[in-house]
Design a binder for this molecule. Sequence first.
Ligand code: HEM
Length: 231
Amino acid sequence: MQPELLSQLYLAALRWAHILAAMVAVGGLFYARFGLLPAMQVLDEDSREKLHEGVRKRWLPWVIGAITLLLASGLANFLLFNDAAQAWEDGTWMKQTKYHALFGVKFLLALGVFYFASGLVGRGEGTAWIRANRGKWLSVTLLMAVAIVMLSGWMRGLHVGPNRVAEEEASGVRFNVTQEGMAAGEDESNSAAPAEEAAGDGAEEKAEDASAEEPAAAEATDEAAEAAAAS
Ligand code: HEM
């Protein structure tokens, strides 16, 4: 297998692991809060406790697995991206986009989600207060998880750009971000680089100029697209 393909697969696997683990964690919280918990209210106290214990035992390994995968894939993703992005415009991109601050907030929120999710399926006395008021803490954990997903999407949009494939293709400029380039720390591959099929004479050069000014920022895509369209 080609080394290039292998590294692409490795990066894709990191992303799949992160997204799948996030789906399990957040999906489980939604189901517990809006499906299971209300449905259990019709049961008597004894049956409710038995059901809680049955669910707890079966759900615990999934929570541990999801937390492990989220931490491992998230840290690997962050370190790979950080290495590459620090080089963009001598670190100015990082400062301008406040990427590190956003990551810090996301990480703290994630620690909160991990704590409550573990407490909800745990048995320790220290976290009994969480299980004593399951509905409330499930809601709080869910809100934090939703905030994390929103923040993550925002962070990704900072360097990948919005979904404007149709617009970009129409103007002959395509946003060219490859995770492979990030891993290799190549500035150009993370820029709003013009597609090979860039339309019109001079469109390529103008788009290249734009991408050199503002690597990997969504604005660069706009400028490059406008430049290409105008020519
Ligand atoms: C409840 C916990 C978490 C949830 C629900 C979550 C969710 C997500 C989602 C939905 C994405 C976007 C994936 C994509 O489009 O490729 C993402 C990206 C990411 N996550 Fe997480 N995540 C969690 C925890 C973590 C943790 C603990 C770390 C770090 C240790 C982390 C680091 C990252 C990084 C670096 C990215 C890439 C952001 C970018 O593209 O700039 N995540 N996460």
